[in-house]
Design a protein around this ligand. Structure first.
Ligand code: SAM
Length: 260
């Protein structure tokens, strides 16, 4: 009976993969692989004799959604051949990643065993490298373009993390990066909540152990001309203080008085 497991290889080569994910890769009949660089590909190739890169499905100028659908189709075709299939994705396979979720849902809908194994995501590295605890003020995550396309309500007293900021505002899903005109519009949306002088962070976790993470602090207004690439994540620290909910605190105090 065919099966599908989507695993995460983590962000940093060699050190982030879980023993369970590694064992799924080693025991699979076929492994489909989507990682950030060629060296990481070579590392995973050593774990199984049939590792197929999903990278060639990306085509310049073509919507990423088309590539994603082809990746899902390629994996499902092998599951239907009754193979033990593993999809190995960098980071966490379920974090800002359409293909693993979709492939698992389709495999399950067709009656195959399918599940996900977690991995160390960019967010996990960000928490460690920037010494941020999402519990201190709360933390909101959005995909940058979605944040621009839809009216969202955000809380400037909490952290805001914007993923895929390098392609901010790209409606074609075909660009590798968007330019300062698009960034200007992103800053315009953010300026509804934050002063232009608010200090924000551009973050890039290391993918190879010899690197240092990128942690660039700059004013919100400077995002327009800042250097970004597909792996950049934007972190916006809180700009306002949390406001106490006095009504609720009073109700809780009354409850507490009843309990005492
Ligand atoms: N599944 C991945 C994970 O677990 O981190 C995220 C995949 S999502 C399609 C791609 C986005 O993740 C990037 O645009 C960026 O926001 C973030 N990302 C990927 N690599 C990163 C890195 N090395 N450092 C910081 N953020 C990264």
């Amino acid at each position: 009976q065919g099966s599908l497991v989507c695993v995460g290889t983590g962000m940093t080569l060699g050190s982030h993969i879980s023993p369970l994910s590694r064992s799924y890769i080693e025991q699979a009949d076929v492994v489909f692989l989507l990682v950030a660089d060629g060296i990481t590909e070579q590392w995973v190739q050593q774990m199984n004799s049939d590792v197929r890169s999903l990278q060639p499905y990306y085509q310049t100028g073509v919507s990423r959604m088309l590539s994603y659908q082809q990746m899902v189709a390629a994996m499902l075709a092998e599951v239907r051949q009754n193979k033990k299939v593993v999809g190995a994705f960098y980071g966490h396979p379920g974090v800002f990643a359409w293909v693993p979720h979709k492939a698992i849902a389709e495999a399950k809908a067709e009656g195959f065993a399918a599940h996900m194994e977690p991995g160390i995501s960019a967010e996990d590295c960000l928490i460690a490298d920037l010494a941020i605890d999402p519990g201190t003020y709360g933390c909101q995550h959005f995909e940058t373009s979605q944040f621009m396309f839809y009216k969202r309500t955000i809380d400037p007293a909490a952290y805001l993390i914007l993923w895929q900021v390098g392609v901010a505002g790209d409606r074609s899903l075909a660009k590798r990066g968007t330019d300062s005109r698009y960034r200007q519009l992103l800053v315009e949306v953010l300026a509804e909540y934050y002063p232009l002088s608010h200090q924000v962070i551009l973050y890039e976790a290391v993918t190879l152990p010899i690197q240092q993470p990128r942690i660039t602090t700059l004013a919100l207004a400077e995002l327009v001309t800042a250097e970004m690439d597909p792996k950049t994540t934007l972190v916006i620290p809180p700009a306002t203080k949390m406001v106490a909910n006095q009504q609720m605190l009073d109700k809780l105090a009354a409850l507490q008085a009843d309990d005492d």
